[in-house]
Design a protein around this ligand. Structure first.
Ligand SMILES: Cc1cc2nc3c(=O)[nH]c(=O)nc-3n(C[C@H](O)[C@H](O)[C@H](O)COP(=O)(O)OP(=O)(O)OC[C@H]3O[C@@H](n4cnc5c(N)ncnc54)[C@H](O)[C@@H]3O)c2cc1C
Ligand code: FES
Ligand code: FES
Length: 490
């Protein structure tokens, strides 16, 4: 088991000792004296601390942008960390930096390193990015002085300079990729007596560790960490510390996305317990487009690239965005522990505020999402900003409509109780009724009997009740719109 971590920094192999709670931001600025990375919010919101990570998956190196303030340094084992210091080579600016200069997209410079690295991650991962992809990758970078229009011009300048993705690869990339592909992944364990971090490479190693390190894993000592976007905010902003952070993000078996498509069995999408939100956006666009679109409205690319669906569920926030949708379609979790595995429907997973069905040492191995049972599925969210913002209230519906009649209905709603709520009475009320506005208006009273919202900074109890009803109607309006679009195309 490794006590130091080995990773590539701008093409050079590094061996460093880190503490369990040290972030990449802290490692770079405080230990390695690379100050190009900036600290703004310290909680994933501004993008000033963006860096690029290269990691091996399915036999090739994939690149992603992450926020250094929410990415643990110990996670870097075997990875390639690219910082702003790695961009200019031999005294010459990188083409992305040239393009940023030419499009007047920099002024104070605090946000520019992060903007440059978000663009680099995009071009390293996608050979010919679309405008939409450019927007997606820049969503998490705040710039309050030059404005986004100038930043949006960067791809045009790159095109004018006839620069394609291939020319944007730093010169050290090829040799580093070769070394990364040959890197032997081992478990990492660091412990300074106060806080420990363990990152196994397989579920077998995890099970063995749980049985041999009871002093670290018993009681409330253990906290699993996946992308870390919730856990790190807790540690750094709310002083919520754990004796052991057990990182399951390097376990390959939890990274799988597959389909259950056996004869006699219902079709289903199986998401591994370590699958990131970014991978969900790309891989479910065809099979479950509503999930892809929902996830696209969560966080920012730098957060989504590491944050997981499993983390969104277990964090048990009453406004977690994947939960109402997965509840509506009746997703089932596979919980794995030392004694074996068990299945739990997501609808039965939450017991109360931040109280969940899994035992402290059980982890979500996979999430089974039934497919093809409904012909209208919709997710709605009300938040202050359209994107990169936590919801005040969110809601999902799944309907089977036949000849204008709702034959099956499933409704779930978040932000109106201590947990996300599956709403059986509202669901049954809708069944057997005509798919028309009056049916949904008629359900307003029923839905109010199923949820008792409480007020907080994002909205009063009264406001939340009203939004919950309005979102029910909005589901109907979304259906109507979808029919208009279909009609127009015909
Ligand atoms: C800037 C920012 C914006 C955000 N915006 C949104 C938003 O718009 N909508 C939204 O819903 N959320 C949002 N979030 C919250 C967060 O990104 C999500 O909840 C995310 O999906 C958490 O995943 P993670 O892997 O990072 O979880 P982690 O932080 O690693 O873990 C969260 C919890 O889940 C547990 N856990 C994780 N994986 C497993 C597993 N496989 N088995 C058992 N337990 C596990 C951990 O022990 C921990 O208790 C935002 C967060 C940030 C920082
Ligand atoms: S410092 Fe703002 S996202 Fe990290
Ligand atoms: S260059 Fe400073 S906020 Fe954008």
């Amino acid at each position: 088991m490794k006590k130091t971590i080995h990773f590539f920094l701008n093409g050079n192999l590094k061996e460093v000792q880190v503490k369990a709670e040290t972030t990449v931001l802290e490692l770079l600025r405080n230990k390695l004296e690379l100050n190009g990375i900036k600290e703004g919010c310290g909680e994933g919101d501004c993008g000033a601390c963006t860096v690029v990570i290269g990691e091996v998956r399915e036999g090739r190196v994939h690149y992603k942008s992450v926020t250094g303030c929410l990415y643990l340094a110990a996670k870097l084992e075997g990875k390639h960390l690219i910082t702003i210091e790695g961009l200019a080579e031999k005294g010459k600016l990188h083409p992305i930096q040239e393009a940023i200069l030419s499009s007047h997209a920099t002024q104070c410079g605090f946000c520019t390193p992060g903007v440059s690295l978000s663009i680099l991650a995009l071009y390293l991962e996608r050979s010919n990015p679309t405008k939409e992809e450019f927007r997606r990758y820049l969503e998490g970078n705040l710039c309050r002085c030059t404005g986004y229009d100038s930043i949006r011009k960067v791809p045009e300048y790159l095109k004018e300079l006839s620069v394609c993705s291939e020319n944007l690869r730093p010169s050290f990339l090829e040799a580093t990729e070769e070394q990364q592909l040959g890197f032997i992944q081992e478990d990492v364990f660091v412990d300074d007596g106060t806080f420990a971090y363990y990152s196994p490479v397989s579920e077998e190693h995890l099970i063995e560790f749980l049985s041999t390190h009871k002093e670290l894993t018993g009681g409330n000592n253990l906290r699993y960490i996946n992308g870390g976007s919730d856990v790190l905010v807790g540690i750094k902003k709310r002083n919520q510390h754990y004796r052991l952070l057990l990182d399951i993000s390097r376990i390959t078996s939890l990274q799988q996305i597959s389909y259950q498509d056996k004869p006699q069995e219902a079709k289903a999408l199986i998401l591994g317990g370590g699958v990131s939100l970014s991978r969900v956006i790309d891989s479910t666009r065809e099979s479950f487009s509503e999930l892809s679109a929902t996830v696209q409205r969560m966080c920012s690319e730098q957060v989504r690239s590491s944050a997981t669906v499993a983390g969104n569920i277990v964090n048990a926030s009453p406004v977690a965005d994947t939960v109402p949708l997965l509840m509506a379609v009746d997703a089932v979790l596979t919980l794995q522990g030392q004694e074996g595995e068990r299945s739990v429907p997501l609808r039965n997973f939450f017991h109360g505020y931040k109280q969940t069905e899994n035992k402290p040492e059980e982890w979500i191995a996979s999430i089974c999402v039934p497919l093809g049972e409904y012909n209208f599925i919709n997710f709605e969210k009300v938040s202050k900003r359209k994107e990169v913002d936590i919801a005040a209230v969110n809601s999902a519906i799944a309907l089977k409509i036949e000849e204008g009649i709702i034959n099956r209905a499933e409704v779930a709603c978040g932000g109106v109780g201590a947990t996300t709520l599956y709403l059986p009475k509202t669901s049954r009320y809708l069944e057997g009724k005509e798919m028309k506005e009056e049916t949904f208006l008629g359900a307003f009273e029923v839905i109010n009997t199923e949820a008792t919202p409480i007020g907080d900074v994002r909205g009063s109890a009264q406001y939340r009740s009203a939004v919950m009803q309005n979102l029910l109607l909005k589901h109907y309006l979304a259906y109507e719109r979808s029919q208009e679009v279909d009609g127009y195309e015909e």
